[in-house]
Design a protein around this ligand. Structure first.
Ligand code: G3I
Length: 321
């Protein structure tokens, strides 16, 4: 019986992958599934490459946590999606708390992106250069980078990333851009803004953190993906999980399976959708219950390591589109 990454490759995709995190890697049953390249052809570190871990003090770099996942992917012959270089969240305190000028922040941003992207330059299939820069209405999030530098900070980050790692695919990554609407339109605007500036952007990551029973339809997801690929960039589903209101039962698990099938099926049907990553595959390590009270069971494997019905929904989508 073919497993998910094998099926994804048969469908013409580059990978079916998963996020993982350092704390989980002492569970041998978890690691044996994670490391099975027939199941997962790609890994994303859920935390270890974020700014607070990588540059906790100005100019002090620490690649320990990120390298654990990067090296595991290398050992397992899995692709690595590197996540992320610039984000408003999980920043060390010194970033929001410094009294920046345009010049000093530009220098700090270039320094961070350059050091980090160079460090893993041979290992990243793709970099999420910029994560979650948009508000729901499509305006820019007014974080430290935008407040000081305006839209220019996005160009600075992509330029530095392209110079530091000429081979990684450079992505903009966000949530709630999986169906047409103001935020997705604004993400299209980031792509064209960079292209018009002569800078490289290779793809857009559709995070796809969904809720059972209220995900975008397959047609909405397909037409949204095509609006990006029409600009000449790839898309990828980068953080797929579909949470349900606990407890799970036959009904909500069946709906979850249909919802996973629709998202994966959309990627299968769009040529420029290169792959699908789930935001971890095992319920006990999901970020969901800690953030959305009452919700959980968002992943493909239950706590006891049996598979959700949704595993078979993904399988069906990879086989049939
Ligand atoms: O590292 C500390 C540890 O030292 C401490 O003992 C522990 C106590 O709570 O916290 C640890 O940090 C946690 C970190 O995950 C590592 O486990 C943070 O509190 C926790 O907030 C953090 O959550 C992460 C979240 O991003 C933060 O925004 C999740 O694991 C991670 O899955 C999640 O991933 C994001 C993507 O990067 C971007 N898109 C949304 C996605 C889900 O929120």
């Amino acid at each position: 019986n073919a497993k998910l990454n094998q099926l994804a490759k048969n469908a013409g995709k580059l990978y079916f992958g998963t996020a993982t995190d350092n704390g989980e890697l002492n569970n041998t049953q978890y690691v044996s599934i994670l490391s099975d390249r027939r199941e997962f052809g790609q890994l994303t570190p859920a935390n270890g490459m974020k700014w607070e871990y990588v540059e906790p003090e100005p100019g002090v770099f620490n690649y320990t946590d990120g390298s654990v996942v990067a090296n595991l992917a290398t050992k397992n012959h899995q692709l690595l999606r590197c996540h992320n270089l610039v984000w408003h969240s999980q920043l060390p305190d010194w970033v929001p708390n410094t009294n920046w000028t345009k010049e000093t922040l530009k220098a700090a941003l270039i320094d961070h992106v350059t050091h980090e992207a160079r460090h893993w330059a041979s290992q990243c299939y793709a970099w999420d250069v910029l994560n979650e820069a948009l508000n729901e209405d499509g305006t820019y999030r007014n974080d430290t980078f935008y407040a000081v530098l305006g839209e220019e900070y996005i160009k600075i980050a992509f330029k530095a990333a392209a110079e530091a790692d000429p081979t990684a695919k450079l992505y903009y990554n966000d949530y709630n851009i999986e169906s047409p609407g103001p935020k997705s339109t604004a993400a299209l605007g980031i792509v064209t803004m960079l292209q018009e500036a002569g800078l490289r952007i290779d793809g857009v990551g559709l995070q796809s953190h969904f809720i059972v029973g209220s995900t975008p339809t397959i047609d909405q997801q397909i037409s949204n993906m095509k609006s990006f690929t029409d600009l000449g960039v790839d898309v990828a589903i980068t953080e797929l999980d579909i949470r349900l209101l606990l407890p799970s039962n036959a009904t909500n698990l069946q709906q979850q399976s249909k919802d996973y099938e629709a998202s994966v099926g959309a990627c299968v049907q769009v040529e420029g959708c290169v792959g699908i990553t789930v935001w971890d595959f095992w319920d006990p390590v999901s970020w969901v219950p800690g953030v959305f009270a009452g919700y959980g069971d968002a992943d493909l494997w239950f706590a006891n390591f049996t598979k959700h019905p949704a595993y078979y929904g993904v399988e069906a989508a990879l086989k049939n589109g």
